[in-house]
Design a protein around this ligand. Structure first.
Ligand SMILES: Cc1ncc(COP(=O)(O)O)c(C=O)c1O
Length: 533
């Protein structure tokens, strides 16, 4: 049974257990709720709002573009903003990635990449082409649509949909803190992780493998985890040797987040396909892309059929392209990529003293893409139990302090392990970094207090006896009921029953009830505070 904390209206929210504060507006690195409380956006939503909120220059520019032309279908028309945006993206991208296939977000970008890889081999080798498998990794995230989820290595997100996913092979991540080889150095872990790719190619048969996909710095699956540069040196060489494509997923790390235009620059590697989204428009419009090299483009579009069998309605719409071009021009003009490098270094330095907290296990990352992993025992790296909901606790405690962090879990063999991602807007100032760390530290301290007095007692005291938050007392009490159910007896009765249940059984009883449900269903209701992309 769900906690039924989401507002009762017609929105199908992502998580009915979450009490959603209502945002009235955003400005700079802050979001403001309807009561005027300010929240520092310490994760830019999900590493999206790279230039912060409420940018009037972008808003005015978008309004003008809408008056000119907002939408055309890419199968019939070309428009200046699309061409300008593609040119800008290619200027930003690593050398040789000269062709931009526009989509509307990250999952569409990674789906596009694997379809492009398959079509590349079909165009090159003919209809009988055997290459189709995509090797990916555990502790990785490439999106929630079925193709993207088939590559994603997070058990919690896959479990429910396993029967309808493609069974792509998975290898271990370059996750030094929890590396399965007990390697002592990051370099050693990175070498072993790269060798695992070669082993898997041989296991699958190189003739069947079309591509390998990897994030350069891991996002939500194990935030901030990155390899030694040797990893990409080896992986690039392995992909070339076995005639397969290297897809690098910079949906989260791209466009300045790590203190370089793209994170691949930290590792001196050039992929065949680079997938991007999020920071590309900083959230002002939905957009993403697969950026590809001449070899793929020429094989499909010039020397091949000339038609990539794919496409989405909003791919390459003039409004999103114009806005992305504008956002990137502002980042260039204001030097915010360099700012991300400077403030990222400062943030990492300031975070170091959190290492003395008993639950902080690992702090890692590059630029303004930093992960903190929490453990119940620092020595053994033992994770918290799922029921402890540590990630949700940290997020809630930080929200109380006016800081938004991006929680996640499953970094420890898929179902345990708690972490947060810090990814504030890349135009954050040094003073704001100081504030962020202060708020975070207070949030962690509050969780430590809760742990010491007993989490359940704390929650029951502060969260679940607040009858003021539960709207009406019975089905005849129309006045105190939300407009959504007023005058509708059926909905009213069901709402009141839920409320009565919640009042009668405090949270512990509801958890007990939840425990009796099948594991696959439990996963979703337990994910208080978990983000999904
Ligand atoms: C690395 C990576 N790839 C793909 C995606 C999926 O992007 P979207 O949520 O826009 O579909 C994400 C989202 O967080 C991501 O971090």
């Amino acid at each position: 049974m769900s906690g039924n904390n989401a507002p009762l209206n017609h929105v199908f929210y992502r998580n009915q257990n979450w009490r959603y504060p209502k945002v009235s507006h955003g400005k700079g690195i802050y979001l403001y709720d309807e009561n005027g409380k300010a929240y520092m956006d310490g994760c830019s939503g999900s590493a999206v709002a790279n230039i912060g909120h409420g940018n009037v220059e972008v808003a005015d520019f978008a309004a003008e573009q809408m008056k000119t032309i907002a939408y055309t279908h890419l199968s019939r028309w070309t428009v200046d903003p699309i061409e300008r945006c593609a040119k800008k993206i290619v200027e930003w991208a690593p050398e040789g990635l000269n062709h931009v296939y526009f989509v509307s977000g990250g999952s569409e970008a990674t789906e596009t990449a694997i379809k492009m890889a398959r079509q590349y081999y079909v165009e090159r080798d003919g209809q009988g082409a055997s290459k189709w498998k995509i090797i990916s990794k555990w502790n990785s995230f490439h999106g929630n649509t079925l193709g993207a989820l088939s590559m994603t290595g997070i058990t919690g997100r896959r479990k429910m949909y396993d029967p309808i996913l493609v069974n792509f092979p998975k290898i271990p991540q370059f996750y030094h803190y929890r590396n399965p080889w007990h390697a002592k150095t990051l370099r050693e872990t990175s070498i072993l992780a790269a060798e695992a790719l070669e082993e898997e190619i041989l296991r699958q048969g190189p003739e069947n493998v079309a591509a390998f996909i990897t994030e350069p710095i891991v996002g939500s699956a194990a935030p901030g985890v990155y390899p030694d540069p040797i990893y990409f040196e080896m992986v690039r060489e392995i992909c070339d040797r076995y005639d397969m494509l290297l897809i690098i997923d910079e949906v989260m790390s791209g466009f300045g987040r790590t203190g370089k235009r793209f994170a691949v620059e930290h590792f001196n590697v050039i992929p065949d396909i680079l997938t991007v989204a999020k920071g590309m428009s900083s959230g002002y419009t939905p957009i993403g892309a697969a950026i590809v090299n001449d070899e793929i483009f020429n094989t499909i579009m010039i020397n091949g059929s000339g038609h990539f069998v794919h496409g989405h309605t909003y791919g390459g719409n003039p409004l999103s392209c114009a806005v992305a071009d504008k956002v990137l021009s502002i980042i260039e003009r204001e030097n915010w990529v360099d700012n991300a490098a400077t403030q990222g270094k400062y943030l990492m330095q300031k975070l170091q003293h959190l290492n003395n907290k008993p639950i902080v296990g690992d702090i890692r990352g590059i630029g303004l893409m930093i992960g903190i992993e929490f453990v119940s025992d620092k020595k053994t790296k033992k994770p918290f139990e799922q029921d402890d909901r540590l990630q949700g606790e940290i997020m809630e405690a930080c929200l109380e302090e006016g800081l938004v962090v991006y929680p996640g879990g499953g970094c420890f063999i898929g179902y345990k392990g708690d972490h947060i991602l810090l990814a504030p807007p890349i135009n954050i100032t040094r003073h704001e970094v100081d504030l962020l760390v202060e708020k975070l530290e207070r949030g962690i301290e509050n969780v430590l207090d809760r742990l010491s007095i007993g989490r359940r007692q704390y929650h029951e005291k502060t969260h679940y006896n607040d009858s003021a938050n539960r709207e009406c007392s019975d089905e005849n009490d129309d006045a105190s009921c939300p407009p959504y159910v007023r005058g509708n007896r059926k909905k009213h009765t069901s709402l009141c029953q839920t409320r009565r249940f919640n009042r009668t059984y405090p949270r512990s009883r509801r958890e007990f009830e939840a425990d009796k449900r099948p594991e696959s269903v439990q996963g979703s209701s337990r994910s208080i505070g978990r983000d999904d992309c």
